[in-house]
Write a protein that binds this ligand. Structure first.
Ligand code: ARG
Length: 273
């Protein structure tokens, strides 16, 4: 079987069941996180990452050597931060809209999850420097490509977006739009395929990855405008030490051209057969 080739609806559901639907009991490594000692100094040093791994090429599941593995460019960055700290990386795969709460309550140490900077998030948690930028894209069924070529054309349509995302805010501004908020991007893609929504707004790289992997979906010429589309890493409010560490690692990775490298490798991985 192709690992992540052109997926039919049935296959996509199967992939969803295999990889994502059990996020609650699907933590990669529970030992540090489950007893609530994320960031504890006493145990062997761990860095617990909170992420929502249904977001290729940022973070997603992939069978590697027969093993379900969480990969993506955010994960590579997390590995570097952990390595620079001399800590072991523990990954917790969680719903996107729960991540900042998990951070505030100390169940994860950092959030790297294609998290866009917003002033509201900056009030709630500590946010790093911007490590990458991307544009927004509109994804529709192939037959509707020309019909939804502008943002204006999205007025009064059914739009699928991820719960708690900035795309939800963008969609709320579209006059008469009827929104369906879902936890996972894979669910949104299925809603599009089955005509339950007519369009979705997603990060450009995520849109690219989905349209290459899923039959019958395309990116239109419509360009959602957002105030800020830079990605940041979240730490618990007030954890200056960790924030400084994160920014130091990001500075090094940026200077060495590593981030671009990770993005391109993860993009290839997300569409490879
Ligand atoms: N960039 C958007 C936001 O911050 C969406 C991020 C979704 N991330 C994910 N791993 N599902 O709201």
């Amino acid at each position: 079987m192709k690992k992540w080739g052109k997926l039919s609806l049935g296959m996509l559901i199967a992939v969803g069941l295999m990889t994502g639907c059990g996020t609650n009991n699907n933590d990669d490594n529970k030992n540090a996180a489950s007893n609530g000692n994320a960031g504890s100094e006493t145990a062997a040093k761990t860095l617990t990452l909170g992420t929502s791994a249904e977001f290729p090429p940022y973070e997603f599941h992939k069978m590697i050597d027969g093993k379900d593995t969480i990969v993506g460019f955010d994960i590579e960055i997390a590995k570097d931060i952990a390595a620079d700290m001399g800590a072991e990386l523990v990954i917790r795969d969680l719903p996107f809209d729960s991540l900042l709460n998990e951070l505030s309550s100390g169940r994860v140490d950092i959030v790297i999850s294609g998290l866009s900077y917003t002033p509201k998030r900056a009030e709630a948690v500590g946010l790093s420097d911007v490590y990458f930028k991307a544009e927004q894209a509109v994804v529709v069924r192939e037959a509707d490509k020309d019909k939804f070529a502008t943002m204006d054309a999205l007025k009064n349509t059914k739009i699928g977006i991820q719960t708690g995302s900035i795309q939800e805010e963008i969609a709320k501004e579209i006059e008469g739009a009827k929104l369906t908020s879902l936890t996972k991007m894979t669910e949104i893609v299925m809603q599009l395929q089955s005509n339950r929504v007519d369009a979705s707004i997603m990060e450009g790289p995520v849109a690219e990855s989905f349209v290459k992997n899923v039959k019958g979906l395309v990116i239109t010429d419509a360009k959602p405008v957002v105030e800020d589309d830079g990605y940041v890493i979240g730490v618990k409010k007030g954890n200056k030490e960790l924030l400084d560490q994160v920014n130091t690692t990001l500075k090094r990775l940026t200077a060495d051209g590593k981030i671009e490298e990770y993005v391109s490798a993860a993009s290839d991985l997300s569409i490879s057969k």
